[in-house]
Design a protein around this ligand. Structure first.
Ligand code: G4P
Ligand code: NA
Ligand code: NA
Length: 194
């Protein structure tokens, strides 16, 4: 997706060999026009998949998910990372291990949001080691819902998450794939393949 690549090139900051900072349009400040285009792109890719709902994880997954939900005409559910006053009954939970923080966190959704009739598209901002995605998949397994696939805004293909999910037979659609952040430069997957 060219607009997204341009944003990454012009505004992204390579913090180190593993982390790309995109606080000006995705993780802190949000670019609504870019989110709209991202939503259209996800909707196009999953148009024929029979999606009935989108599942994401707070907070940075919400903006691209809402736009995808708008163009697919389906509701968006975000899993919570913290206990909620109102979300307490019939909870489905999954553990998500963070390599960066070296801690296990619990994510949760209400079991009443998903049934075995649902066909769910998971969306997230980043795919690194895939821990968050795996946790979201686990929530849907408990609900008995069908998984349409996973949509990712920025996949870091030098980390193992995408490979692992695809080897399980899950459809993973990433709008951009980054092969390397070495030496302070962003190398996109297509360039590396040339
Ligand atoms: P890890 O496997 O590398 O340890 O990362 P983990 O999945 O624990 O993700 C920790 C947070 O860091 C997640 O956001 C994830 O989206 C984000 N993240 C992972 N790699 C990158 C990166 O290269 N750049 C940026 N900007 N973020 C990255 P989160 O803590 O859940 O926060 P949020 O959704 O509230 O923004
Ligand atoms: Na995230
Ligand atoms: Na994030």
């Amino acid at each position: 997706m060219n607009l997204l690549k341009e944003k990454i090139v012009n505004e992204g900051k390579v913090l180190n060999d593993h982390v790309l900072k995109v606080d000006s349009f995705l993780n802190h400040q949000i670019d609504p026009f870019l989110m709209q285009e991202i939503g259209k792109e996800f909707a196009e890719r999953f148009r024929e998949a029979g999606v009935t709902k989108i599942l994401t994880l707070e907070s940075s997954g919400i903006a691209p998910s809402v736009m995808a939900g708008l163009y697919l005409g389906v509701p968006v559910v975000f899993a919570r990372k913290r206990k909620s006053l109102t979300l307490s009954e019939n909870l489905l939970t999954a553990g998500v291990y963070s390599f960066t923080k070296q801690e296990e966190n619990t994510i949760a959704v209400s079991g009443s949001r998903f049934t075995n009739k649902d066909c769910v598209l998971i969306i997230d901002d980043f795919l690194a080691n895939g821990q968050a995605a795996k946790g979201l998949v686990h929530l849907l397994e408990q609900a008995g819902s069908h998984l349409a696939g996973i949509g990712i805004v920025i996949e870091k293909s030098f980390q193992d998450g995408g490979g692992e999910l695809r080897r399980k037979g899950i459809r993973v659609e990433s709008l951009t794939r980054i092969d390397s952040l070495s030496g302070g430069a962003v190398l996109f997957a297509e360039e590396a393949e040339v």
